[in-house]
Design a protein around this ligand. Structure first.
Ligand SMILES: [Fe+2]
Length: 287
């Protein structure tokens, strides 16, 4: 219900805002428009103090933004609510992990390795450690805008391969701790090709759409040229001026737009519990 106390405040330089005075569990149309507008304007928003956000309410709110993805990691879905992926270091009674413990500790755009990648992701903080475990976000509009004209021209019509399996193999070889997929799960994830620069379907702005997590090569370039160009684009993307670092508060529901942002989780002291519920809204095929 609209209370008249709704406020949106920019926290970062160009991206990152907090929204206070709204209750996502009982959101009227005016507040929905306000939240949606804030997401488009700031790329990532933290809706504060969502003390009553049940799994049903998070799913219902997320559905107002679009269809929801069911994550391939079936063993980490919330029992009874497969729309919710658990990001957690909690263990069940038999000692098994209930969720991804070290999810996303590399720069990426969620599920960019499918034909219709995530439009946005919503992460609800049920329990957080007293410090650390921040999430960093990179503004991919600013990354594109900051490129010199020759580079913008060079990449205008290029496409790139995104692959969970290939990138998973590379990360594992490099020693990263990433969740294991079965062969069946990998077979469900063939590589896909997306434009290197995409136009945001709602704002019309151009954003760079390559990420170190899942983008493996540029189509039509030699391996060396592809590696060198991707390296330059990744470096430009994570310039400190483009980054907003979110310091979590309990009961934040953070929503980010994967069409124009990358994100990167950071470590925390695992003697504390960090327990979160994620929903993911499916987006359009990038163009
Ligand atoms: Fe992620």
């Amino acid at each position: 219900m609209a209370t008249g106390t709704e406020q949106v405040r920019l926290l970062g330089r160009s991206i990152g805002a907090e929204v206070v005075g709204v209750d996502l569990a009982e959101l009227d149309e005016n507040d929905f428009v306000l939240v949606h507008r804030a997401l488009l304007d700031y790329g990532v928003i933290a809706v504060r103090d969502q003390t009553n956000l049940t799994p049903e309410a998070q799913i219902a709110f997320s559905r107002r933004l679009g269809d929801l993805e069911i994550h391939v990691a079936a063993h980490f879905l919330l029992p009874g609510h497969p729309e919710i992926l658990q990001i957690s270091n909690k263990k069940s009674a038999d000692g098994a992990a209930v969720g991804f413990e070290e999810a996303g500790r590399y720069w990426h755009s969620d599920i960019s390795y499918v034909e219709r990648p995530a439009m946005c992701s919503l992460l609800y903080a049920l329990e957080i450690p007293p410090s650390d475990g921040d999430t960093m976000f990179a503004d991919m509009y600013a990354a594109y805008d900051g490129l010199d004209g020759a580079t913008q021209k060079r990449i205008a019509d290029l496409t790139a391969v995104h692959s969970y399996a290939a990138s998973f193999a590379g990360e594992t070889a490099a020693g990263a701790n990433r969740a294991t997929l079965t062969d069946d799960q990998k077979a469900m994830l063939p590589e896909v090709v997306h434009p290197v620069v995409r136009s945001h379907p709602e704002t019309g702005r151009k954003a760079l759409f390559v990420n170190p997590g899942f983008t493996t090569r540029i189509v039509g370039l030699s391996d060396d040229d592809s590696r060198s160009l991707l390296g330059a684009l990744f470096k430009a993307s994570v310039h400190s001026q483009n980054i907003y670092t979110h310091k979590w508060r309990r009961h934040d529901l953070v929503i980010w737009d994967n069409r124009c942002l990358m994100h990167h989780a950071t470590p925390y002291d695992s003697s504390y519990i960090r327990h979160m519920h994620r929903t993911t809204v499916i987006g359009d095929r990038p163009v």
